[in-house]
Design a protein around this ligand. Structure first.
Ligand SMILES: [Zn+2]
Length: 100
C-alpha cells in the first residue's frame, strides 16, 4: 500500500513550517487532491460528534482551519480509532473510505 511518508523518518510536515510546508504539500502528488485536502465543512466537532475525515488509510494528516479569519492551519496526524482534538477544541475522527 502506498503511504505518504516512510514512518521511520518521522513526519516531515510536522517539522516544516510556512513556505517550506506549502512546498512539501505541493510536491506530494500529481493529482490535484492527493490527500483529500479539500475543505471539509466542520460539523459540531465535539467529542461525541467529531468531524468525520474520510481516508483509505489507517492514518492521514488533516489540517484544521482553527480560525476562519486567520490564515494558519493546524496540521495533525489522525489515526483510525483514535479521535483527536485540535488545539482549538474541534474533534476529528478518521472514517474508512474505499480507495479510489
Ligand atoms: Zn483547530
Amino acid at each position: 500500500m502506498w503511504r505518504p511518508f516512510a514512518s521511520d523518518h518521522g513526519d516531515p510536515i510536522e517539522h516544516a513550517t510556512g513556505l517550506e510546508k506549502r512546498e512539501l504539500l505541493a510536491k506530494m502528488g500529481g493529482n490535484d487532491d492527493p490527500f483529500d485536502m479539500k475543505v471539509i465543512k466542520r460539523s459540531a466537532g465535539t467529542r461525541s460528534c467529531p468531524n468525520e475525515i474520510p481516508s483509505a488509510f489507517d492514518e492521514r494528516i488533516v489540517g484544521c482551519i482553527c480560525d476562519s479569519e486567520a490564515n494558519s492551519i493546524s496540521w495533525m496526524w489522525l489515526h483510525k480509532g483514535e479521535p483527536k482534538r485540535c488545539e482549538c477544541g474541534y474533534w476529528f475522527n478518521l472514517v474508512h473510505k474505499a480507495p479510489v
